[in-house]
Design a protein around this ligand. Structure first.
Ligand code: XMP
Length: 537
């Protein structure tokens, strides 16, 4: 996303997996990554249209682009200003390849500037929802769009003067060139972000570009990604053994499933009980694992160790660091008992990568340090296999279903690596964890009972680090406060708080206060992401 304040120059992302691409087999769209936080989201939206899409470095050579023969090229947003010194540029010859190009935000500014347009800082930096009017309804990019709709803007600069070769397709009150096209070349630009779900017609715009303008048929399927992944894992692993850290969640289960399918009994799974798990989790994981996998499973009870290291720690980042470090130590010790292990498989997803600042070009700001990204492979001395690293949650679910995992597992809400450790605000003790665990179980039980579990993507209880005064019988109480959180989200990068019906939230509250000793108040979290995050710590 373009801004005037951040002249960071993305180094460019590696050309992911390009070795596997057979350009004659798949319709391919390339996203040139200029460092925008939503660059990978663009790729994912294109894949939603059943068109294979890869995120590649912004300075990929024209020769290589020709060799890959993409049907279309999308230039992503980015944090720099196109006129800033050292700002990442694109070879202007890319607009003459005859391959359709769509520039988004920074990408549009590059495209317009290459034809002599002027890009300047705008007096009002625009972030958020804006009403956009279509000016050229007959253009292929605008097909099927209503005359007006909401789009998501996030930019400090914008195109101020349009070169003669360009024409306007859509505008907003403050942005006259919200969508543009070259008059004679298949070059388009959008100042807003069609890849973000807040842009109402985003899906239609991407579909129009990919199908109507690039001429893609949409023949790519999840099964081809799985086949490629299985093939790649087999080639890499050979006859060695792979260890997989199993958490019981969707991501690590899908990772284990794809590995089991690739290398069968060469896989060993390790499940660490860190004492920060939900009610009955260890038993559930063991039972499910035995039902669906025929590989070696090691269950390690390390709760004593984790809780003693966390004693007295209240700082969220500190907690995450401790949990991450102890996890590595416990994991390493267990892994040493498995002979011949050379690889470590992890269910790291793209949002973990991007939000930990470890995205491919390293330009995204660090929001939280996720313990399962970065550092782990070096410290453990294994080679890392991350079959899901480029995927978003819903793509992982599709992969899991395709691999035959049960619905109940696939539709499980995600649970963070640091577990209840980041939901037990303040000091973590066995007693406080027990209070949280029981409250959490009630929240999920009532949500399921109301048939709402799958309406939300994540719901849980949080134990606050404050006490509140209450009255029970004739006596005054001074006890814990539990917050209930439930969110709806497509990709966990943005989220809306969910309006749990009053009757349901009422039952949760009554049951928690009556059944969980030590709680006398329940509150409901009504904040969206951004500016809040889904977890409280
Ligand atoms: P936030 O709180 O950043 O969460 O909005 C986004 C998604 O990521 C999960 N999350 C984590 N997952 N390790 C994980 O494996 C972590 O340290 C971690 N922190 C947050 C969170 O539950 C939500 O699904």
């Amino acid at each position: 996303m373009a801004s005037t304040s951040s002249p960071a120059v993305p180094a460019g992302s590696p050309d992911l997996n390009l070795g596997f691409v057979d350009p004659h087999r798949e319709e391919l769209v390339l996203v040139l990554d200029f460092g925008g936080q939503t660059a990978q989201l663009i790729a994912r939206r294109v894949r939603d249209q059943q068109v294979f899409c890869l995120l590649v470095r912004h300075d990929l050579s024209l020769d290589r682009i020709r060799e890959l023969a993409p049907k279309g090229i999308i230039l992503s947003g980015g944090p720099a200003s196109v006129y800033g010194s050292g700002a990442p540029q694109v070879d202007p010859a890319i607009f003459d390849l005859g391959i359709p190009v769509l520039g988004i935000c920074y990408g549009m500014q590059l495209a317009c500037r290459a034809s002599g347009g002027a890009v300047r800082p705008h007096s009002h930096r625009q972030f958020g929802r804006t009403n956009c009017r279509v000016e050229a309804a007959n253009d292929p990019l605008m097909q099927g769009l209503p005359a007006e709709s909401i789009v998501w803007m996030s930019h400090g600069d914008q195109v101020d003067e349009l070169a003669d070769q360009f024409e306007t397709l859509a505008s907003t009150d403050t942005c006259p060139f919200a969508a543009v096209r070259h008059r004679t070349k298949p070059v388009y630009g959008l100042q807003f972000h069609p890849e973000v779900t807040h842009t109402e017609c985003g899906r239609q715009l991407i579909d129009n570009f990919v199908k109507r303008i690039c001429g893609c048929q949409g023949t790519w399927r999840m099964s081809s990604l799985i086949d490629r992944e299985i093939q790649a894992i087999r080639e890499r692993v050979g006859t060695s053994r792979v260890i997989c850290g199993l958490s019981g969640g969707v991501d690590s289960s899908v990772t284990a499933a794809i590995l089991a399918k690739s290398i069968g009994t060469q896989l060993s799974c390790i499940f660490v009980d860190n004492g920060l798990l939900r009610l009955g989790e260890t038993e559930r994981v063991r039972a499910r694992f035995e039902r669906h996998f025929q590989t070696d499973l090691h269950v390690v009870d390390a709760s004593e160790r984790f809780l003693s290291e966390l004693a007295g720690v209240t700082d969220p980042q500190q907690k995450r660091k401790i949990i991450g470090r102890v996890f590595i130590e416990v994991f390493r010790k267990e892994a040493e008992t498995i002979p011949d292990a050379r690889f470590l498989a992890q269910g790291t997803l793209y949002p973990d990568v991007i939000e930990s600042g470890a995205n491919t070009d390293g330009s995204a700001a660090t929001i939280k340090s996720h313990h399962n990204v970065g550092g782990l492979p070096e410290q453990l001395g294994f080679e890392l296999i991350e079959p899901l690293r480029d995927l978003f949650k819903d793509e992982v679910r599709r992969m899991g279903l395709e691999l035959g995992l049960p619905d109940e597992l696939i539709w499980r809400h995600p649970f963070p690596g640091p577990g209840l450790g980041v939901r037990c605000l303040g000091e973590i003790t066995r007693e406080r964890l027990e209070v949280l665990r029981q409250a959490d179980a009630i929240v999920l039980e009532e949500l399921r009972r109301a048939g709402l579990y799958q309406e939300v993507q994540q719901a849980f209880a949080v134990l606050l680090p404050v006490s509140s005064v209450g009255v029970m019988g004739d006596g005054r109480t001074y006890e814990n406060v539990v917050a209930v959180r439930a969110v709806q989200t497509d990709d966990f990068m943005t989220a809306d708080w969910y309006q749990i019906p009053y009757a349901v939230i009422g039952r949760m509250s009554t049951r928690i206060i009556n059944e969980v000793r030590g709680v006398n108040r329940v509150v409901y979290d009504v904040s969206s992401k951004p500016p809040s995050t889904i977890e409280w710590e």
